[in-house]
Ligand binder design. Structure first.
Ligand code: 5AD
Ligand code: SF4
Length: 468
């Protein structure tokens, strides 16, 4: 089978690199070292995109700052997944009019998932004349060219036209963390869950080549990274567009077999495509963290059908069961939506009963938010907001009690953790299952895998001490 995913051509990438050099020289000729502020909303995919944005900006001569005040360039990387996130973006971009007034040379770009929706990018363009440039996720790699238009030609830059999406290999990256790295293995999504905007804003699934991913991982390990997270909207369909015969389980096995001391994780999985083979691979590779984020969204089969999820409750539970039989200590986390259009009280109770049956370590809980243009947004939704809020609160109470019980059950156990930073006076660390541990200890432990004994626990985290 032939590779379907187009690559951005080396000539096109070279052109962007040349423009970057030009911009860098332009700043140097003015004796200025410009600073940029990149503000990121949304998921890890967006965090990873922002690292590419910083990489491209660094090539253009920019340093970085952590506030819009006084920045020469502000880039707002937006998320479209729920109405609330979108509203915050409009509010915050609106407020940039003031920072720009105080620093008239400031240039403002808005990008990310919201800009993948033409209605929204149009609104941004019309309502916020202080915004200089807008680009959708497909156009990220062209940032130097957009910046050139704005800075040197004094024009507005809009790059939002839809495209099937391609992959730009070899873009520079400025990573925010020195121990943990996101590694995008694929982009886009083909699932079209009826509530979700992602397929409309990030295009179709397209996978990077295994050799490119492995080369990136090798480089990261050599630089001293201790945790690699393979990222995609639906990692289980990795490779389907490549026809190379390498599926996600094969890929993560190849990463885990690289020499060095590190852990590899992945996000996110779809229960339809999660395979027994993947669980088998996890069980047989020590370097693959025993953590599985497997969004179930609803515990009711009718709702799952309406959501276009292509699995049922029984299939979901079977996967959990299979994973636990192979790896008794595996940590499952999940996403769930409350108040999907037409969800009845009984159907909601099925979600509660699934949570009680599975007993996740942690859940990401969302109240359904209609996204214009998705099928669910057109479905009748008679349930009042107050009722949805009540369901949400009940779900949280049930889950919080479970999280606390599961965390407390770890008291007295000794676990291997990666010490990854500080929170006030205490060190922070993550267990293999991804649970947060706070502990006393020397800063020199940061970056090391050590054993800790768990001494206390709350709903959200653990307390430990360095094991003798
Ligand atoms: N409303 C509420 N939650 C949503 N999610 C995705 N789309 C919506 C929506 N329209 C949730 C899903 C997904 C997580 C990233 O966000 O649970 O897994
Ligand atoms: Fe991530 Fe989806 Fe938000 Fe885009 S819309 S940033 S893919 S959560």
């Amino acid at each position: 089978m032939e590779r379907k995913t187009p690559l951005i051509s080396p000539e096109d990438l070279r052109r962007q690199a040349e423009i970057s050099e030009y911009i860098k020289g332009w700043w140097q000729s003015q004796g200025v070292t410009p600073v940029a502020y990149v503000e990121t909303y949304g998921c890890q995919q967006n965090e990873a995109d922002s690292e590419q944005i910083r990489g491209l900006l660094e090539r253009c001569g920019y340093g970085f700052t952590d506030s819009a005040e006084g920045a020469d360039l502000v880039i707002v990387n937006t998320c479209a997944i729920r109405e609330h996130a979108a509203q915050r973006v409009f509010g915050n971009v609106g407020a940039l009019v003031h920072t720009k007034r105080r620093h008239p040379g400031q240039k403002i770009f808005v990008c990310g998932c919201m800009m993948g929706k033409p209605e929204i990018s149009e609104r941004m363009k019309k309502s916020y004349p202080h915004v200089d440039g807008i680009f959708s996720p497909h156009h990220l790699w062209e940032l130097p060219e957009q910046l050139y238009r704005v800075l040197i030609r004094h024009r507005k830059a809009y790059a939002v036209e839809d495209s099937a999406g391609a992959i730009a290999e070899g873009l520079p990256l400025v990573r925010t963390n020195k121990l943990k790295a996101w590694v995008s293995i694929m982009y886009g999504c083909n699932n079209f869950c009826s509530y979700c905007i992602v397929p409309y804003v990030r295009g179709r699934e397209r996978s990077r080549l295994p050799e490119d991913i492995l080369a990136e991982c090798r480089g990261l390990i050599a630089e001293g990274y201790k945790e690699l997270t393979l990222l995609g909207q639906n990692v289980n369909s990795y490779g389907k567009d490549l026809g190379s015969g390498v599926d996600f389980a094969d890929l993560i096995a190849q990463v885990a077999e690289l020499p060095g001391e590190f852990t590899v994780r992945f996000m996110t999985s779809h229960p339809r495509d999660a395979s027994h083979k993947l669980f088998d691979t996890m069980a047989s590779h020590e370097k693959i963290a025993k953590q599985f984020h497997l969004p179930f969204q609803s515990g009711n089969d009718r709702i799952l059908k309406e959501m276009n999820r292509h699995y049922d409750r029984a299939r979901y539970l079977e996967l959990i069961d299979y994973g636990r039989r192979l790896m008794p200590d595996i940590v499952f986390t999940s996403d769930v939506i409350v108040g999907f259009p037409g969800e009845t009280e009984e159907e909601f109770e099925d979600t509660i009963s699934l949570i009680e049956q599975v007993r996740f370590e942690a859940l990401f809980t969302f109240i359904y938010s209609p996204r214009p243009g998705t099928p669910a947004a057109a479905m009748p939704d008679p349930t009042p907001k107050e009722e949805k809020n009540r369901r949400f609160d009940r779900l949280l109470a049930v889950q919080n009690a479970i999280s606390e019980e599961k965390h407390r059950a770890l008291i007295g156990k000794t676990l291997r953790v990666l010490v990854d930073g500080k929170d006030g006076e205490l060190l922070t660390a993550r267990t293999d299952g991804g649970r947060l541990v706070r502990l006393e200890g020397d800063d020199a432990l940061i970056g090391q895998f050590i054993n800790v004994t768990i001494t206390d626990a709350t709903t959200w985290s653990l307390v430990g001490s360095v094991a003798p």
